[in-house]
Structures are given as C-alpha cells and as structure tokens.
Design a protein around this ligand. Structure first.
Ligand code: SIN
Length: 278
C-alpha cells in the first residue's frame, strides 16, 4: 500500500490496495493509522459495488445512524448524494460542517464513493480542525476555551429549515422532520477519542449557540470562529474521479461541497462509520 500526502493541510491518496475484496486485518489497521494521521484518505480506481462500500465501512466500525435522508432502494445504510444536471435548488452541503454533529454520538467517519463525477467542479473541501486550533492566537483561543457548544439540525432539517418544506425540485431524498429541533451539547475544543489530539469540533450551522452565553454574544463568536476554521491554510481541496472512495474523520475535519458543474449530473454513495462505543 502506498500513501501519498496531498501536500495541503490534510488528505492523502492511497494506492496498492483493492477495496473490492475483503481486507486483511493488517490492511485495515494500516488504513486506520493513515486515516488518523491524514484525516482524509482517497482511494482512486476502486470499482466498488454497494456491497463493497458497506463491507469497507464495517471494517472501521458499525454503520452510523443517518437521519433526514431516505437510503437508496434496497439498502438501509447508503444514502445518495445526488444532483441532476438540470437541478436549480441550492447546492447540498455547501456550508462547512461535521456530519451529524448534533447527535449524542456523532459518526466517527464518513465514506463517499464517486459514481457519476462531473467533468468540471464539484470538489469537496476539507478543513483540518487540529491545525485550526493549533494556529489560533492565544487571545482568540481564550475566548473559546471551555465553551460547551449547543448543536442542532434545526437550521438544515426542520420543516422550516434550509432543506425543509420550501425546498423544492431537489433530487436528493432529504426528509425534514420536527425532530431536527432537538439539541445536544459537545465541548467546542475536545480531544480526538483515538489520538487524544485537541481540535475544534463542528461549527456554526449545526452549532447554534454556547451553553450559558447569550444569543447576541454567541452569534459573533460563532461567525468569527467559522471564518477562522475555514481559512485557506487549513483547507485541502479534493478533486473527484468516478470509482474513487474517500473516507474522512468527522472528529478532525470540517467539510463542504462546492458547485461549478451546472448542466452535469453528480452522484456519490455515502455511508457513515459510527463512533466507538465506550
Ligand atoms: C456531504 O457533505 O456529505 C457531501 C459533500 C459533497 O457533496 O461534496
């Protein structure tokens, strides 16, 4: 197996491994080590089926719990990230986020398999949140140390949210629901559960405030933090190919979709890897 770092803030390409066959335990361990180091791994030239995607995902943990999407037909744990060539609804996930950070046990990772990839655009951006914390000036960090973030899916998936009842003409099977208004607390600065490395967890969007901080103070704090977390020096820009599998660590990075492919279809299949129990 060869691991080639992107040379950007995170990300590495992995070759010399066949993900269409079951992986030996040592191979899974090597991939996990590389994943924890680089946070985003891409595996080009993997002609994977949905069975292969599920088996690969389960090599790293249980399936996560994916609310607000219908899975693809015949599967319980695969969602389609899809946009049709003629679609005019706002892009899906064009905001920085960590997948499902509003859950009590957010998924450790996400796997995304490129199926139909447009000839231009549609890159996914990843922002390294260990690097973002490490580089934060001490006076700025003092404003955020010790804060407990309030997470919620309400701005995205409540009936009056961005993907709610007024969101028409979308090809993705998004299912808004009142349950999106639930809230969950997580420390803003926290140790990665496997590496112990400190990082910033999630961002404005799924974070809607801070415990014990008035809304009018929380909003500017969140806006300033979002601008910091997504600075160019923390970002890796991932360019897709069809038959490419990408896995990322939601505990270490934020990610964000980009457009630039109007007139072209884009389709990827997605699973999430549950957090370790314990
Ligand atoms: C996602 O956030 O799950 C999708 C990212 C993308 O479409 O590039």
């Amino acid at each position: 197996m060869q691991i080639s770092p992107s040379g950007q803030a995170c990300g590495a390409e992995v070759t010399g491994v066949d993900l269409t066959s079951p992986l030996a335990d040592e191979t899974v361990a090597s991939i996990r080590t590389a994943w924890l180091e680089h946070h985003v791994l891409s595996f080009p030239n993997q002609a994977m089926s949905d069975d292969d995607l599920e088996r690969f995902t389960l090599s790293f943990g249980d399936f996560g719990n994916d609310p607000f999407f219908d899975p693809i037909e015949g599967r319980r744990h695969i969602a389609a990230i899809r946009r049709d060539a003629n679609e005019t609804s706002p892009l899906f996930a064009e905001n920085w986020h960590s997948d499902w950070s509003f859950q009590a046990r957010p998924p450790a990772g996400t796997c995304l398999l490129g199926i139909t990839i447009p000839p231009v655009g549609g890159d996914t951006l990843f922002a390294n949140q260990h690097a973002a914390l490490d580089a934060m000036p001490p006076d700025m960090r003092a404003e955020y140390d010790g804060l407990i973030a309030i997470h919620s899916a309400q701005m995205a998936y409540a009936p009056d949210g961005a993907y709610g009842d007024k969101d028409e003409g979308r090809s993705m099977a998004i299912r808004p629901d009142e349950s999106a208004r639930a809230t969950q607390l997580h420390p803003l600065i926290r140790e990665h559960p496997e590496t112990g490395r400190l990082g910033l967890f999630s961002c404005m969007g799924y974070i809607i405030g801070f415990e014990g901080v008035a809304a009018e103070q929380a909003l500017p704090l969140l806006q300033k933090l979002y601008a910091w977390q997504s600075r160019d020096e923390f970002v890796y820009r991932h360019q897709w190919q069809s038959e490419m599998l990408v896995m990322w660590d939601n505990r270490s990075v934020l990610h964000c979709a980009t457009g630039g492919y109007a007139g072209h279809d884009r389709l990827l299949h997605r699973t999430t890897i549950a957090a370790h129990q314990g």
